[in-house]
Design a protein around this ligand. Structure first.
Ligand code: AMP
Length: 654
């Protein structure tokens, strides 16, 4: 432990167990066990009280919670507007408070500080512009923007008029955007001329145009970020700043019934096509508000930075709606953590005096590998709380984050959640603790989790099982899958019946209260914190002219956690060679985006299959991880296993 640490440390099962000291408890919004006890007595009543306390409602609800499993509603009949809660209600006290600090990637370029008053004006003008273009409540708007303040303005403008937004990660390809635009039948795309990434200009408009050619797209709004010349199609494409210049700074917010849809966010499931997760309005914001306030313990004066891209759910809830709903000052950064060098992140923390920092284990492992010298060049003394999300964090990375970045002063809040849950559901609260490396922590007050075996019985203390949630379901939980109700029921409500939410994660109890999440149990992997499914990559590879069939499985990676690896069977005309491997890798990058690019392609004669013809990815996965492999004799083609073992250099565990 660092000298002078303020921690109360307990050693339990050979693990570090940290507890908040008196000062941290005193400061925290949530600092008493009573919170858990009160919520547990009546979970629906707990959320009802919190929705009233935290948010502004135009009309109260008639019923707090209604369930017709696997469907449920929160705050039935209540009317609310998200942008009103994130902006208007703060104006009397916080008009001049900075809402967004923006750091561009080029170090020579000046950043921006946007106050709540200025953001309110921009959002109102954009909302009016969308209405002028014919967009109304329920219409879908795709937002394809990098980390620039306009991305938040766009989300808030949609929420102001009740349009359903779908933000698409700017590193995704035009093809990936097109698939999402098509599925959601978006009428408008909001994009930009380009942005900076690792010192290079990325032409986003070119990619966006691929999707804008879809018949459903009527208009495209283009933010001028780089000022480069781009093709603007007359009658379809409009400059963002020109549209705003014509509009009034006041736009009446739409009164949304609490259960009406706020946004769709596409994520990877076990099938090839990404699913459009549906989030509602009032329930989502209730969970976003209280988890932001309690998990990150934000107070006036804090400078909060969540490094997640807005294209992922963490960006939605904790780099947009949550911090704005609680009236915080938050920082966003356009570029890459290694530009111009590996000291950039620490330099930004020093420059803006960041106090609360939320990032992913994959980034922590990378920074650790790059060495402490980058960190030591900067003063990180303003930090007081650290948090992580996205994948299990190993003890070494946790301790490095705690000691080297947090100087042994800052609690590390390991937050478990999913695109589907809308907000965090398992983590320690900073004023209550405990903070235990590799253990996500306690279930958030008002939610009820359990760990089941494959028959649906709660597991014994030491056993690993499947993480589930019980009713009443947390208010931020998804309300469906866009255009695919069958998939909604099958994915989340079939494993243990329609009354139990199945997370697709493995987990075990650390003690009676704290949960360790072990990772996905389906064919979904986390690559540098990004969610990617085997089937999604396999579907992309199917379109490659040289490949008959393929299997894509994760391989453990020291930095990224996991990386996708391909086993491909080639067509007779094709030659297994490094060029062909590169061509498959590039092809996947073009179809999905650089995050999905396979790390390696193995050319094989056949894939291991069950007698019914299903590819046994489990075997391939086990081989890459040098795990114990199951019985191969039941396969249709057991002989391929030996051959595959040789190709990958499999070493059975001792
Ligand atoms: P996404 O929907 O992209 O946020 O990915 C959700 C998945 O990320 C979960 O199902 C988990 O497998 C994993 N995950 C997220 N946060 C954590 C965490 N703190 N610990 C372990 N796994 C996590």
């Amino acid at each position: 432990m660092p000298k002078g640490s303020m921690w109360v440390v307990e050693d339990k099962k050979q693990k570090h167990v940290f507890w908040p000291n008196a000062q941290m408890k005193k400061r925290a919004w949530a600092n008493s066990e009573k919170i858990y006890a009160e919520a547990e007595k009546d979970r629906a009543a707990f959320w009802e009280k919190k929705a009233k306390e935290g948010l502004h409602w135009f009309k109260p609800w008639s019923k707090a919670y209604e369930e017709n499993a696997p469907y449920f509603k929160w705050f039935v009949g209540g009317e609310i507007n998200i942008s009103y809660n994130c902006l208007d209600r703060h104006l009397p006290a916080k008009k001049d408070k900075v809402a967004i600090l923006w750091e561009p990637e080029p170090t020579a370029e000046k950043g921006r500080a946007i106050t709540y008053g200025q953001l309110h004006e921009e959002v109102n003008k954009l909302a009016n512009a969308l209405r002028s273009l014919g967009i109304k409540k329920g219409d879908r708007v795709s937002i394809y923007l990098p980390m620039v303040p306009e991305v938040m303005a766009a989300m808030l403008a949609c929420s102001r008029i009740g349009a359903i937004h779908n933000v698409v990660f700017s590193a995704f390809s035009g093809e990936a955007l097109k698939a999402r635009v098509e599925d959601s039948e978006a009428k408008v795309i909001i994009t930009c001329d380009g942005y900076w990434r690792r010192g290079k200009e990325i032409n986003l408009k070119e990619q966006s145009d691929i999707a804008a050619a879809m018949p459903c797209v009527q208009k495209q709004i283009v933010v001028k970020r780089l000022g480069n010349k781009v093709n603007m199609q007359g009658g379809r494409d409009y400059w963002y700043h020109e549209l705003l210049a014509k509009e009034k700074p006041n736009c009446e917010p739409e009164r949304m019934e609490s259960n009406e849809t706020l946004f769709l966010l596409y994520t990877s499931g076990t099938t090839g096509k990404p699913k459009g997760i549906i989030h509602d309005t009032g329930g989502y914001l209730t969970q976003a508000y209280w988890t932001t306030l309690w998990d990150f313990d934000l107070h006036d004066g804090d400078i909060y930075w969540c490094t997640a891209d807005i294209g992922w759910v963490t960006g939605h809830t904790y780099a947009c709606y949550g911090p704005l709903a609680v009236g915080a000052t938050q920082l966003i950064y356009e570029g890459s953590p290694d530009f111009p060098d590996w000291g950039r992140i620490w330099g930004i923390i020093e420059k803006y005096k960041v106090s609360v920092f939320y990032t992913a284990p994959t980034a922590i492992r990378m920074w650790k590998k790059m060495g402490d010298d980058w960190v030591k060049k900067h003063g990180l003394g303003t930090l007081r709380l650290l948090a992580t999300v996205g994948e299990p964090i190993d003890e070494e990375a946790w301790m490095w984050y705690f000691n080297t970045i947090g100087g042994g002063r800052c609690p590390v809040i390991d937050t478990w959640w999913q695109t589907e849950t809308g907000g965090t559901l398992i983590n320690a609260l900073p004023g209550i603790g405990p903070f235990i490396p590799t253990v996500a922590g306690r279930v958030f007050p008002g939610a009820k989790a359990d760990i089941f075996d494959d028959r649906g019985k709660p597991v014994e203390a030491e056993d690993t099982g499947f993480l589930v949630f019980k009713p009443p379901f947390p208010p931020g939980l998804l309300r469906g899958i866009w255009n695919n109700d069958e998939k909604y029921v099958e994915t989340y409500w079939s494993e243990y019946g329609k009354n139990i939410y199945f997370t697709s994660d493995g987990a075990k109890w650390f003690d009676k209260e704290n949960i360790r999440v072990t990772g996905r149990v389906d064919d979904v992997m986390k690559v540098a914190g990004h969610r990617l499914s085997s089937a999604e990559v396999e579907d992309a590879i199917t379109l490659h002219s040289d490949v008959v069939e393929s299997a894509v499985v994760p391989m453990p990676d020291e930095i990224k956690g996991q990386v996708p690896v391909v086993f491909a069977v080639l067509k007779p005309h094709a030659k297994a060679c490094p060029e062909c491997e590169q061509s498959i890798i590039q092809h996947v990058g073009k179809q999905i985006g650089p995050t999905a690019r396979p790390a390696k392609v193995y050319f094989v004669d056949a894939l291991p299959k069950t007698r019914s013809g299903k590819i046994m990815r489990r075997f391939l996965r086990g081989m890459l991880a040098n795990e114990k492999l199951g019985d191969a004799t039941t396969l249709q083609n057991p002989e391929v296993v030996e051959h595959l073992k040789q190709i990958v250099g499999y070493k059975a565990p001792q």
